[in-house]
Design a protein around this ligand. Structure first.
Ligand code: ATP
Length: 348
């Protein structure tokens, strides 16, 4: 339902031009969740803001970028060609593509009741009376697990607890019945028990409503719970992508391997966690060659520090951008195993 190709995003800053997103491509399949994972500053949020045309004035999207969305009526919309303030993008926002954020107060106005804001969102995209819209709002609050929705619909955002507000924000985004939902770290501000409930709720709703979803997080553990597909981002590039189960079972990029080693396990409480050493460089100090080579223990001197690795296909919808995975550098045993897998895969 959504295909993003060759997306690069630059910002004009006091220190000059920076390009925090470089040549990113990904796709979201209808009815599936794509998780985008990466450390702070890897470019997750700005990539999805480009989809909603919500980037600030000092930004520039590359001319080569293609963002193609197939709307509910089956029409292809080239988002990259829409004007940021035009009617077409307003039609897309909310009604076709919904968005929820880490901080619910970014979605709600503090001066209107939850119900009024939901009714407005519903009536913006559907021809229904106020009374019908109110009934839909109550039903949606009920669906996201808010008890006493008839009473709560008339409350103001500040009258709700953090977890409830998060649910109300999900209800607000879903009220417009989007076909694609972008969720940007929607549970990071919540305590772990509420986080688990909200994640479960989102996975259920996504399945029930058959929505496509992009779920942004820095936590690979969260991805495992909600996303069928994953794209791992590092310093503005996608370093590995594929079906979540494959990527987690058999991570091929040293960065993905590092992220997985950094997840605490209840079975190994006495083991030391091994976080990825060092910090992500800032976009204006992007290393030459592979962006990850400065932190990679497996780097090939003279290659990884000088040349950008190619994206190596590993199977259907599965790829990695790492020199170690190119045929010239893979060991013989790995190449044999890879060829065997390829032979077993059904022809496309
Ligand atoms: N308005 C802006 N002007 C200049 N640079 C910006 C602007 N917005 C974002 N950036 C740059 O883009 C980079 C990526 O930001 P982005 O918010 O997409 O990261 P992220 O991966 O979503 O991180 P986080 O998890 O912290 O939200 C940042 O490091 C910052 O340098």
């Amino acid at each position: 339902m959504l295909k993003v190709e060759n997306l690069s995003i630059s910002f004009q800053t006091d220190e000059g031009m920076i390009t925090p997103v470089q040549n990113v491509s990904f796709a979201v399949q209808a009815g599936r969740t794509l998780g985008i994972v990466g450390e702070s500053g890897s470019g997750k949020s700005v990539s999805t803001k480009a989809l909603m045309k919500l980037l600030p004035g000092n930004s520039r999207v590359s001319d080569e970028a293609r963002m193609t969305y197939t709307d509910k009526a089956g029409r292809e919309v080239r988002i990259d060609q829409l004007r940021p303030k035009g009617r077409d993008i307003r039609r897309l926002r909310g009604g076709e593509i919904g968005m929820i954020f880490q901080e619910p107060m970014a979605s709600f106005s503090p001066v209107y009741t939850i119900g009024n804001q939901m009714i407005e969102a519903i009536r913006l995209h559907q021809k229904v009376t106020k009374k019908e819209a109110r009934a839909q709002a109550i039903a949606m609050l009920d669906k996201v697990g808010i008890s006493n929705p008839v009473g709560r619909v008339d409350q103001y955002p500040h009258e709700m607890s953090g977890g409830m507000r998060q649910r109300a924000m999900i209800a607000l985004a879903l009220a417009a019945r989007p076909a694609l939902l972008i969720a940007d770290e929607p549970t990071t501000a919540l305590d772990v028990t509420i986080q688990a409930q909200v994640l479960e709720l989102m996975a259920d709703l996504q399945r029930d409503l058959g929505m496509g979803m992009i779920f942004i997080t820095h936590d690979l553990g969260v991805i495992a719970q909600v996303a069928q597909d994953v794209a791992v981002m590092y310093l503005g590039t996608i370093v590995e992508s594929g079906p979540t189960a494959d990527v987690i079972r058999n991570p091929r990029h040293p960065y993905t391997q590092g992220l997985l080693k950094a997840i605490p396990s209840l079975d190994a409480l006495h083991d030391r966690l091994s976080p990825v050493p060092g910090d992500i460089p800032s976009p204006n100090e992007r290393p030459t060659g592979c962006p990850f080579h400065t932190r990679c223990s497996q780097r090939l001197q003279g290659l990884c520090d000088q040349q950008l690795p190619p994206t190596v296909p590993l199977g259907p919808n599965r790829s990695v951008a790492c020199w170690l995975e190119t045929p010239e550098h893979r060991t013989g045993a790995e190449v044999d195993a890879q060829q065997q897998i390829k032979q077993q895969e059904p022809a496309q």
